[in-house]
Design a protein around this ligand. Structure first.
Ligand SMILES: [Zn+2]
Length: 80
């Protein structure tokens, strides 16, 4: 799913929902997405290989490197 994830559509959906694209630390508005989607799991699930956890997309501020995570289920992408 990582390679097929529509980051542009996802970010557009975030903006339509009222989310700001301005970095709260440095004021930059350019972000790059992480190479892969990430799964957040509860502590102790280190041996779990597949399934479970919250799937999130990571974005990094181009000005200061601030990392932000968004649940991929928080908004619907334009591909849905
Ligand atoms: Zn920043």
């Amino acid at each position: 799913m990582d390679e097929d994830f529509d980051h542009e559509g996802f970010l557009a959906s975030l903006e339509r929902s009222g989310a700001s694209s301005t970095c709260p630390f440095c004021g930059a508005t350019e972000w790059r997405h992480g190479e892969h989607l990430l799964a957040l799991r509860k502590h102790g699930d280190v041996h779990q290989i597949r399934g479970g956890g919250e799937l999130v997309a990571a974005y990094f501020c181009q000005g200061c490197g601030l990392a932000r995570l968004h649940s991929t289920g928080a908004v619907r992408s334009t591909n849905d």
